[in-house]
Design a protein around this ligand. Structure first.
Ligand code: HEM
Length: 485
């Protein structure tokens, strides 16, 4: 009898554990307490993609004790984020309770205001596309000079590229750049990159047993300290910057933020509507979100592009020939992009082939919603599998192959694919996608016209292009190359 009761109890626990909301998308529940966490592996996006074959592109997975929805194909991602954008644009609360800024704000009035402020600077309006482009162009000579300093011997380009991206963003944010040798900023890069070495589902699972395990097995305290140091550094720099502000000339995002905030009617409206809890906290978190979301991603994409050049010398030659023929001695501008179809196709393919942000940032439903005839309750965390779209064989022939030519028409013109969505889509898509695209294009073209990139002659193997760091971002492992001037 006791064995029978034990089995009944186990069955009841299992049934209770497997319970999901009515008509919730199908998917695995995994183990009690942990859910599917033990089965995700180092590349959760690939595991989700495998499960898609069994459960379909709209899948419900039990993550520790919560049910998440994973969207795994282009049509459902588009349906959710574009057609139902108002319902799918929230952000779940995880390690970020009380955090302001932008990337982790829930959808709503406060978020919309912060986003429009960001768009003033980071889109074609307000401080303007030209000034964005000008900032990117201003950094290029420093990047070239730093690489020239290492030319003809094997070196790791990571710090130089990260410096260039950080400085470009710093020009947009503060209107000011820093010397590559400035120790304060090399420290900040390390603080930035440690944020990304935790896998997304693990980073978000902050509850029950999994949360306890995470505390035991990860160095959260050092991560927290890093974040605080980063924000201290940014605050210190901000205070120096504020003292030199003039309302006549806005130097960048910080000045724009302060002037909107301090301008009479707007300011009282904003304070009355509690758009700003505390202006300095909000601004420091915002700046840190911009650097965190913008630096390691863009520098990582540039390093993947360089790795692709090393692995495909024929494509490198073709691209350099195109750049030299079209540009001659002229400066690189975004207008010339249309005349560089192979280069544009190469960059587009790098963004597809090595998806930097494989699962993007998690979304949350703000209302009960139906998708693909499934019911998704308000407050559900929704993961967007961008990697799954980029590797869908129905959309890309042999998706595992690096083939820029797939983005060229027969007449040689570049055709942007709607299915290449590294910046995600919808109201929450990447705020920095324009400046990121400018940096990828301008920095890469400038590097290509000045150097030939060759593998490290002392290493018999080419650096690994298949595997990368596994975490929230998919980044290349460290490698050396030779930049032949
Ligand atoms: C190759 C470079 C980059 C890639 C692949 C990338 C990709 C992404 C992705 C996938 C998201 C999540 C979108 C979503 O929630 O659906 C995101 C968000 C974001 N990105 Fe980027 N990003 C890049 C560069 C940048 C840069 C340079 C900036 C600097 C301004 C930036 C700022 C942000 C911000 C602030 C968010 C949060 C937006 C929000 O929640 O409203 N990113 N990015």
């Amino acid at each position: 009898i006791s064995a029978f009761l034990f089995l009944v109890a186990m069955y009841a626990i299992y049934r209770y554990w497997s319970m999901k909301p009515r008509n919730f998308p199908p998917g695995p529940t995994g183990l009690p307490v942990f859910g599917v966490l033990p089965y995700l592996g180092m590349r959760p996006e690939q595991t989700f993609n495998k499960w898609k074959k069994t459960y379909g592109p709209v899948m419900g997975v039990r993550m520790s004790k919560k049910d998440w929805v994973v969207l795994g194909d282009h049509s459902n991602i588009k349906l959710a984020l574009l057609c139902e954008g108002g319902s799918f644009s929230g952000r779940p609360t995880f390690n970020n309770k009380g955090r302001k800024g932008i990337a982790f704000l829930d959808f709503g009035r406060k978020y919309n205001f912060q986003r429009s402020l960001g768009l003033l600077v980071f889109s074609g309006n307000g401080l303007g596309k030209n000034s964005l482009e000008q900032h990117v162009r201003n950094e290029a000579p420093h990047l070239i000079e730093a690489v020239r300093g290492q030319s003809n011997k094997p070196f790791d380009i990571e710090n130089i590229v990260t410096n260039a991206v950080f400085n470009t963003l710093s020009l947009v944010v503060y209107g000011q750049r820093f010397e590559y040798s400035d120790q304060r900023f090399t420290k900040i890069f390390h603080q930035l990159s440690t944020r990304f070495h935790e896998s997304l589902p693990f980073a978000l699972t902050n509850e029950t047993f999994a949360g306890i395990l995470k505390t035991v097995f990860t160095r959260r305290n050092s991560k927290k300290r890093n974040m605080e140091n980063l924000e201290d550094n940014l605050l210190h720099h901000f205070l120096e910057h504020k003292n030199t502000m003039s309302r006549q000339t806005l130097r960048g995002f910080v000045d724009a933020f302060l002037s909107v905030q301090d301008s009479g009617i707007d300011s009282s409206y904003l304070v009355a509507n509690s758009v700003f809890h505390s202006k300095v906290d909000q601004l420091i978190h915002y700046i840190s979100d911009l650097f965190i979301c913008g630096t390691i991603t863009t520098a990582g994409a540039l390093r993947w592009a360089l790795l692709c050049l090393l692995h495909h010398p024929d494509k490198q030659d073709k691209m350099r020939r195109e750049i030299i023929e079209v540009l001659g001695d002229k400066d690189v501008t975004m207008l010339q992009k249309a005349d560089l179809p192979y280069t544009s196709a190469f960059i587009h393919e790098v963004c597809r082939y090595r998806t930097i942000f494989p699962l993007g940032l998690p979304h949350k439903t703000s209302y009960d919603v139906l998708l693909d005839s499934y019911f998704i309750p308000q407050g559900t965390t929704v993961c967007i599998n961008l990697w799954g779209v980029h590797n869908d064989p129905c959309l890309f022939d042999e998706p595992g192959e690096f083939r820029p030519e797939r983005h060229l028409y027969e007449d040689g013109k570049f055709g942007r694919s709607d299915y290449v969505i590294p910046f995600s889509v919808g109201p929450r898509h990447c705020l920095g996608h324009q400046v990121a695209s400018m940096m990828l294009f301008s920095h890469l073209v400038n590097l290509m016209r000045n150097f030939e990139f060759l593998p490290d002659p002392t290493d018999p193997n080419l650096p690994d292009i298949t595997n990368g760091s596994s975490g929230i971002l998919f980044l290349p492992r460290n490698f050396k190359l030779v930049a032949k001037a």
